[in-house]
Design a protein around this ligand. Structure first.
Ligand SMILES: [Zn+2]
Length: 333
C-alpha cells in the first residue's frame, strides 16, 4: 500500500529465515481483511509503501534450525500474531498478547516469513483438498476472531446472543455462537445478501435498525432484558455503545472490531454492569479445534469469501470490499 486507495502488486525479494525460530511458507491463499480497509480509507496512516495482509495458509518451504514441530512440506494455518505458545500469557490462552509477540505482516504475497513457527503455526492432517482452502484461510483470522468474540461474550446453551456488524467477522460470529450452542442469535444487518448468509450460519432473528432503535429491538427480542451475550465486530463508537446497551445486566460483551476513536463513558459503564472482554483475538488458542471442525466439514466458514481473485488484482479486492460489493476477497498467489 503506497497511500490510501493505492495498492500495487510488485516484485519483492523472497523472504528469508532471519531467526532460527522462523519458517518460510509458500501461500496457497490469502485475503483482504476488514481491518486493511482502515488503511485503504486513510483512517490509519501510510507513511511508506507497506506490505499488506496478515491472513495466510500454505505449505512450509523452509524451517529455521530451532524449529522442532513444524516441517517443510506441511500445510499450515497461522495467526496474524506470532506467539511462542509457552509463556504464561500464552498458557492462559492469550497468545495474541504473548510476552514475545510479533505481528505477521505482508501475507498478501506468494511467500511469507512467519516468526516463532512452532508456537504460531498449526499443521493440517495432510494436504487439504482445494475446496477446504478458503475454510482454512478463514480460520487464520476472521473465524478465529469471531470465535474469540463469541467465547468472550460467553455465548452458549440457553443464551440469547446479539451480533453487531455484518462483515465477515460478524457473520462468522453467528456461526461461532451456533456451534457454541446459543439458543437465539440476533444478527444486526441491513444488507440482504449478508442477512441471508447470517441465517444460513444459524441466526434466528435479523434486526435492521441501528443505534437506539436497534438496541430497543434487541432488548425486546431478549425478553425485555437485553441479550446475555453481545459480539461487537465493527470498532466504532456507535457500534461499541450499541453492543454495551444491547447487553443485559450481568451479560457479556466480546468486542473484536479493531477500536478506532472509541471512548467509554464511565458512569454509563458503571451502571450497565456488564462484562467487557475484547482485543486482538488469540486465534492460536482456537486453531486446532477450528481446523478439526473444518476437516470434518462440520462448518464451512469459507462462504464469507464471495470474491475470488488472482493476487495480481488485489486492488480490486480492496475496492470491492470498501464499496461493500464483496464481503471478503480471497486472493490466489
Ligand atoms: Zn507467549
Amino acid at each position: 500500500m503506497y497511500a490510501p486507495g493505492d495498492v500495487r502488486v510488485e516484485e519483492r525479494p523472497d523472504p528469508a529465515i532471519t531467526a532460527p525460530t522462523d519458517a518460510i511458507i509458500r501461500l496457497a491463499a490469502t485475503c483482504v481483511c476488514g481491518s486493511d480497509l482502515w488503511t485503504w480509507r486513510g483512517t490509519d496512516p501510510v507513511t511508506q509503501p507497506t506490505p499488506m495482509g496478515h491472513e495466510y495458509v500454505g505449505i512450509v518451504e523452509e524451517a529455521g534450525a530451532e524449529v522442532r514441530n513444524i516441517k517443510p512440506g506441511q500445510f499450515v494455518v497461522g495467526s496474524f500474531m506470532a506467539s511462542d505458545n509457552t509463556c504464561p500469557i500464552c498458557q492462559a490462552g492469550y497468545q495474541s498478547r504473548c510476552a514475545n509477540v510479533q505481528f505477521v505482516g505482508g501475507a498478501q504475497a506468494q511467500m511469507l516469513r512467519v516468526p516463532l513457527a512452532d508456537g504460531t503455526l498449526v499443521a493440517t492432517q495432510g494436504i487439504p483438498a482445494g475446496t477446504l482452502v478458503p475454510d482454512l484461510l478463514a480460520a487464520s483470522d476472521v473465524l478465529g476472531t469471531a470465535w474469540f468474540g463469541a467465547v468472550a461474550a460467553d455465548a452458549g446453551p440457553g443464551k440469547t446472543v446479539a451480533v453487531v456488524g455484518d462483515g465477515a467477522v460478524g457473520l462468522l460470529a453467528v456461526l461461532a455462537a451456533r456451534q457454541l450452542g446459543a439458543e437465539r442469535i440476533i444478527a444486526m444487518s441491513r444488507h440482504e445478501p449478508r442477512q441471508k448468509l447470517a441465517l444460513e450460519f444459524g441466526a434466528t432473528d435479523i434486526v435492521t435498525e441501528r443505534g437506539d432503535e436497534g438496541v430497543a429491538q434487541v432488548r425486546e427480542l431478549a425478553g425485555g432484558l437485553g441479550a446475555h451475550s453481545v459480539i461487537e465486530a465493527v470498532g466504532t463508537q456507535e457500534s461499541m455503545m450499541q453492543a454495551i446497551r444491547s447487553a443485559r445486566a450481568g451479560g457479556h460483551v466480546g468486542y473484536v472490531g479493531v477500536a478506532h476513536g472509541v471512548t467509554l463513558p464511565g458512569e454509563e459503564l458503571f451502571y450497565a454492569e456488564v462484562h467487557l472482554l475484547g482485543g486482538p483475538a488469540p486465534v492460536r488458542r482456537f486453531l486446532p479445534h477450528l481446523i478439526g471442525l473444518i476437516e470434518s466439514q462440520t462448518i464451512n466458514p469459507g462462504k464469507v469469501f464471495d470474491l475470488d481473485l488472482p493476487l495480481s488484482e488485489a486492488a480490486e479486492g480492496y475496492r470491492a470490499m470498501d464499496e461493500r460489493r464483496a464481503i471478503k476477497a480471497l486472493l490466489r498467489p
